[in-house]
Design a protein around this ligand. Structure first.
Ligand SMILES: Cc1cc2nc3c(=O)[nH]c(=O)nc-3n(C[C@H](O)[C@H](O)[C@H](O)COP(=O)(O)OP(=O)(O)OC[C@H]3O[C@@H](n4cnc5c(N)ncnc54)[C@H](O)[C@@H]3O)c2cc1C
Length: 340
């Protein structure tokens, strides 16, 4: 691991716009490689204007393979290595997939479409997550997956950027064309001026608090419309997520119907959630290109990294590594990069 790298490579400064998960990883890898990095963020340190603030933070390349293209798994697997290398305290204690009897066929299909899981019977599930004893007849366990808490890990990454010699400017609303040197545009959905084809896909979430349920890892509940999950956070908090709705609503609100479904999913995982306290409702717009795949677009010294859609936490480290390799060695990853 490279830490406290303060040497400057003596070439162009690197200006990165957006301190969400994409920009934070770009800034960290470039600063560690010795570039003079400045990270600009329009909001304050709480990052409430970023999609990353609302995310689940699951690092789940195997589960996501059920619906995502192979490129997501490739970038995701590489990213897991980088998360482990740079933030070794990231919890990698796996994730679980469960289903009620009526979703049995979808559960079987999930198992067929994914790899690197173990099938657990009720006893195996109870030994892994005692709170789920007697709740489900079977589960799929993905032991190599991890999860982070976005609101804790983003400040940690920002701290690491500073330790590597980078500068972060919060409350700094900038335009790519006004900056010198190499500009890496990680503005997410705000980059629609440069990428009119970007769209927002709304994800709604709820935070609840209870000391009646103890879970150590994310639990996904098979659902006919979207993957619903319960993610344990610190201090008895759980995140319930997430819907996936094609709308550009930027009101950060959630609908009554979504609230019912998310709360219903928690209750289905464990009835003790009925007494939990609701501490937050919220939503973010996932930045997505029409094919839902990430893209690194290069135009001279301006590079845009966008379209991270449902997988920003999963893919951002690998995308940063590819951008760095391009800037330093001219290496082009044909699947992700567009030059011209
Ligand atoms: C409910 C929900 C759950 C999710 N769960 C997961 C999950 O479990 N795992 C996973 O991998 N992904 C998940 N995602 C997806 C993930 O959140 C996104 O892919 C990711 O946040 C996109 O990151 P980004 O950095 O591209 O954009 P953003 O996080 O939006 O960051 C862009 C930043 O640029 C800043 N900015 C914009 N314009 C300017 C400007 N002019 N000047 C300066 N700064 C500017 C913004 O303020 C913002 O902070 C989830 C998303 C949602 C909504």
């Amino acid at each position: 691991m490279q830490q406290n790298v303060r040497r400057s490579r003596g070439d162009s400064p690197v200006n990165i716009i957006g301190a969400g998960i994409a920009g934070a990883w770009q800034a960290l890898l470039f600063a560690q490689a010795g570039h003079a990095v400045t990270l600009h963020e329009r909001s304050d340190e709480d990052l409430t204007l970023s999609t990353s603030h609302w995310a689940g933070g699951m690092l789940a390349p195997y589960c996501e393979a059920e619906v995502a293209e192979p490129i997501i798994s490739r970038l995701g697997l590489r990213s897991l290595d980088i998360w482990r290398r740079e933030l070794p305290d990231t919890p990698f204690n796996g994730s679980l997939v469960v289903a009620h009897a009526r979703e049995r066929n979808d559960f079987e299909r999930f198992g067929r479409m994914t790899t690197d899981h173990e099938r657990l019977d009720a006893e195996g599930l109870a030994s892994l997550e005692p709170a789920l004893e007697g709740r489900f007849r079977e589960a799929l366990f993905f032991p190599a997956e991890g999860h982070v808490e976005p609101r804790r890990v983003l400040p940690k990454l920002h701290e690491r950027i500073r330790a590597a010699g980078g500068t972060i400017r919060f409350n700094s609303d900038v335009r790519p064309q006004d900056l010198d040197g190499i500009v890496i545009d990680c503005r997410g959905l705000a980059a629609r001026d440069e990428h009119p084809e970007l769209r927002g896909v709304k994800g709604e979430m709820i935070l609840v608090k209870t000391s009646e349920v103890k879970l150590s890892r994310p639990v996904r509940l098979i659902h006919p419309r979207w993957p619903l999950y319960v993610i344990p956070r610190e201090n008895h908090v759980f995140m319930l997520g997430a819907t996936s709705i094609e709308t550009e609503d930027e009101d950060w609100c959630i609908s009554v119907r979504s609230a019912l479904e998310l709360l219903g999913a928690a209750y289905a995982v464990h009835p003790a959630f009925a007494e939990a306290r609701i501490i937050e409702f919220g939503s973010g717009l996932r930045p997505a290109f029409p094919d839902n795949l990430p893209r690194i677009s290069v135009r001279g010294r301006r590079i845009s990294v966008n379209g991270l859609y449902r997988h920003g936490f999963l893919m951002a480290p690998a995308l940063a590594e590819l951008t760095l390799r391009y800037v330093e060695r001219g290496m082009i990853d044909n699947e992700v990069m567009q030059c011209g």
